[in-house]
Write a new protein. Sequence first.
Length: 332
Amino acid sequence: MACKKTRTLYSGDFQSYCDGVKSLVDSELQTLLPVVAELNLRKQIEYALYTEGKRLRPTLVLLSGESVGAKKEQLRKLALAIELLHLATLVHDDILDEDTFRRNSVSVYAKWGVKEAILVGDMLASLSLSLCKGYKRKILDVMIDTCKQLSDGEYADVTLASTALNEEDYFRKVRKKCASLFQAACECGAVAANGSPSETNALRVYGENYGVAYQIRDDMIDVENSGSDLQADLSRFRVPLPIINAYNNASDEKQVLLERLLSAKTQESLSAFLNEAQVYFKNGSLGYCARKIDEHIDRAVASLAPLEESTFKSHLAEMAELLRIKESEIVV
């Protein structure tokens, strides 16, 4: 198994802030409806828009901008732009993974098929970029570059068909496929707030490291569940960090066995693969991943040093700290 699935608890002040962000994003979504109403894919786009989520990325836009002096009102459209780009990636991910559910609801792909889902994802990305037009050109440049990073990271995810996936490949993929959008959220928030170069760079570094830590933690939770979702990922050779570490620490003989079980891609062989990996989880692979999370959280929090002390800076630090996995939470 892996880390206990505990509920992340925010402090009262930060929870109130997050509730406010959710209300703000929901309110901004309403302003899009007249634009969407004119489109042929209106029904499908509206369905995608109201996918439930934690709104982490718009939260980072607002916290980053406010931490360097912006007012929330200045950042509303930008927060929505980041969320729309995130939703676009989810729609496209479901097509590539052939996933029928997204956050306990039927996915756009499963409900309307591949062609319409592709177009919905494209339209969400287009709406995202159109919301950036009222901001500095630098923000649009960051968003365009992020689109490229996300696509390249997704391509790496679906083409790295190797049981011997190494950490270098893993972290390169994670920085593009996951961390790039967290990084963009923080950088764009800072740019929109007219943050200084040192402040903007600090928040960019924070966003990247937060994103990497977030993905590793997600990997550990996936391993904990060890269910059909993880088996489906393994069948596509999408191997999470705990299993990469387990594989790399196995003997040559065990690596051959693991490769054989993974290559067979049957439910029985994948179950056997996970059973074999349990030994390495017990011997330190999960602790190794928790330490990697700590490293990136430490970098994220340290990067905030150039920012003046404020409630928003404290919230950013808290947001990162809550990704840590304590030793007591790691069970096998």
